[in-house]
Unconditional design. Structure first.
Lengths: 369, 265
């Protein structure tokens, strides 16, 4: 069965492209940008899991991205300040003692663990409260968005604790390296790429498992699932927590790559932009979701370099087009094209093809005529 | 009142078996409308019970109360000695009650085998579900074979016809291994041959399960029912074997709206 081979072949091809070709042809600045897009792809992957597979439209993923990002940034700030010293922004804000919340973040292990566990725990708590009460659909979306708004307002208000509007920035020593050097940028890039690949495979395995099948069942018929003896609230909570953990990991990786975490990166608008990216990439496909995360952010940067204010309109236009013309996004369109080509090759004309047939699909190429 | 002798099977042993489902004085009110008024119903272990009645008699409401979808105003519902009232739907399933719906809901994106497999696995703890399904478990194989859907095992359930979907739901129910099965109009909208197959399936299942079937179709009832409960305007009108029910003048009046004139085949 070539259909079986196509997935691994495509994954290998993309992995080679990302791990070998891109570092060879891109200059360090562009490679750093790609690393940033890949961070967004990790968060998008999580949205693909929660929304595409689980039907939970989460408009507050920035919160979890932020929890991960701030966890990492707090450690880096404390590390830069040195033992017993306060981070620079606290000194400027007139804070005299290290806040209790910051204390455990002197440990890098704690910080990295917190970047995963805190978002997951926050999502699990929210999920338990909300899904048990059978809040779903638009109500859940609005709730998650309100959470993003509240979180940024709180962050901005706590100048001495969180760095306020400016967030946390200026990191000089990231795990023994100066983040501005080309060598460090390359390493960060590889770390992000490998983590993305690993999380993608993990998510795929999850979706292939019984739990994954159950998640799809909950998406398509939550009320029916109850009569199979499962509690949909539990299933959704677990999936939502995994998705939040992915956003947290994305945020934690973003900090060394980009060098800042601030409220403007994780409020309502960035959260919605992530969802739009997933919709355009293809929410029903994990790969599509990740691809959307990369493509949209790449397009954002590239387009904004030329027309700074035009991006919002272009993004809106793409979103509308996807909703109206291709609900499956880029991934859905690619699958459709591949199937159409497959049909052409095996039999002439779509009607003459018996059901499974077609052993002559191309190994991986979609574009071949 | 000439009542032809009953099919002689099922009825006798069932009456001595212990009661599995006991409903007493059940009242359900929707807004101001009393959907069920003082319903008493006892179903014994191993019984195949048909629940009939004209539209709006409260048949589906009764099923909904048993399965936790609808909360009654008063009354009691006992299942094997435990009360079902106030329990959430999936908890009731875990006690061993499974149901199908009038309009079948199957998971169209999942394959037929995956649909049945999910139904079979609900007793497993969540971490155990993280494993991938490999091969076909015995429960799934049995359900596929009994429902005649083995040929469709790896096709998405979305490709099934209406009748096949109903069978898939029944297959999922079998895989669930419930102690009590509730089927809500399993042959509605089916062709004649599909109805025959469903009837045979039903009789087969009833051999080792307790089953309650809500049904409209009188011919189906005559062919496959033994014990029948007739609901009318939210209360039990009468209970008995098919022949007695068919011969009953009140049943003829409420159910057919006029005296019965056709002959039993």
């Amino acid at each position: 069965m070539t259909a079986r081979m196509r997935g691994p072949a495509l994954f290998t091809a993309v992995a080679l492209l990302v791990l070998v070709v891109a570092p060879a042809v891109l200059d360090p600045f562009r490679l750093g940008l790609l690393a940033k897009y890949l961070c967004f792809a990790i968060a998008a992957l999580g949205i693909g899991l929660a929304w595409g597979q689980g039907g939970m439209l989460t408009l507050g993923q920035g919160v979890f991205f932020g929890l991960g990002g701030y966890s990492m940034a707090m450690y880096l700030k404390l590390h830069d300040a040195g033992p017993g010293n306060l981070p620079d922004f606290m000194v400027w804000s007139g804070v005299e003692r290290l806040p209790l919340l910051w204390k455990p973040f002197t440990s890098p292990v704690f910080a990295i663990a917190a970047a995963v566990v805190v978002p997951a725990a926050a999502a699990a708590l929210l999920g338990l409260l909300v899904f048990r009460q059978r809040v779903r659909g638009a109500y859940f979306a609005i709730l998650s968005q309100a959470l993003a708004a509240a979180f940024t307002i709180w962050l901005v208000g706590q100048q001495g604790l969180t760095g306020g509007t400016n967030g946390l920035t200026h990191f000089y020593d990231v795990f023994g390296r100066d983040p501005e050097t080309d060598g460090a940028k390359r390493i960060f890039y590889f770390v992000v790429a490998v983590v993305l690949g690993a999380l993608y495979l993990l998510a795929r395995q999850l979706m292939k498992s019984r739990f994954g099948r159950l998640l799809v069942a909950v998406r398509d018929g939550e009320d029916r699932v109850r009569f199979l003896g499962y509690n949909p609230a539990t299933v959704k909570t677990v999936a939502f927590a995994v998705s939040a953990a992915m956003a947290g990991i994305a945020g934690a990786l973003y900090v060394p790559v980009v060098g800042i975490i601030s409220p403007s990166l994780l409020g309502v608008v960035p959260s919605i932009e992530l969802v739009v990216a997933v919709a355009i990439g293809g929410r029903f496909s994990l790969a599509g979701a990740a691809l959307g995360g990369v493509l949209l952010n790449w397009a954002h940067t590239t387009f904004s370099e030329q027309y700074p204010s035009g991006w919002v309109y272009l993004q809106g236009l793409m979103f509308i087009l996807v909703i109206m013309v291709a609900p499956g996004g880029v991934a859905g369109a690619a699958r459709w094209a591949a199937e159409a080509i497959g049909r052409r090759r095996t039999g002439r004309g779509p009607s003459s093809v018996p059901e499974p047939a077609g052993p002559t699909h191309g190994q991986k190429e979609v574009a071949a005529p | 009142m000439t009542s032809p002798s009953p099919p002689a099977s099922a009825a006798a042993p069932a009456s001595e078996a212990p009661a599995l489902l006991e409903i007493r004085g059940l009242e359900v009110v929707f807004g101001g409308f009393r959907a069920l008024t003082g319903v008493d119903l006892t179903v014994r272990q191993g019984e195949l019970r048909f629940l009939i009645g004209p539209n709006g008699a409260g048949k589906t409401t009764l099923i909904d109360v048993i399965t936790g979808l609808t909360r009654p105003a008063s009354g009691s519902v006992g299942f094997a000695g435990t009360s079902l009232l106030g329990r959430r739907e999936h908890r009731i399933v875990r006690l061993g009650i499974g149901r199908t719906f009038q309009t079948s809901v199957v998971f169209e994106e999942l394959t037929v085998a995956e649909n049945i497999d999910l139904a079979a696995c609900f007793r497993r703890p969540l971490p155990a579900l993280l494993r991938q399904r490999r091969g076909t478990s015995e429960a799934v194989a049995t359900a596929l074979e009994r429902t005649g859907l083995a040929g469709f095992a790896d096709r998405p359930a979305g490709v099934l016809s209406h009748g096949q979907r109903q069978w898939l739901e029944i297959g999922m129910l079998i895989a669930q291994r419930p102690r009590l099965l509730l089927l809500d109009e399993p042959v509605a909208g089916m062709s004649r041959t599909e109805r025959d197959r469903t009837g045979e399936l039903l009789v087969e299942i009833a051999k080792d399960h307790t089953v309650i079937v809500v049904e409209h179709d009188m011919e189906f009832l005559r062919r496959y029912a033994s014990q029948v409960t007739v609901l009318h305007e939210g209360s039990v009108l009468m209970e008995g074997d098919v022949a007695a029910v068919q011969a009953d003048a009140r049943v003829q009046e409420v159910y057919l709206g006029r005296p019965r004139e056709e002959k039993t085949p």
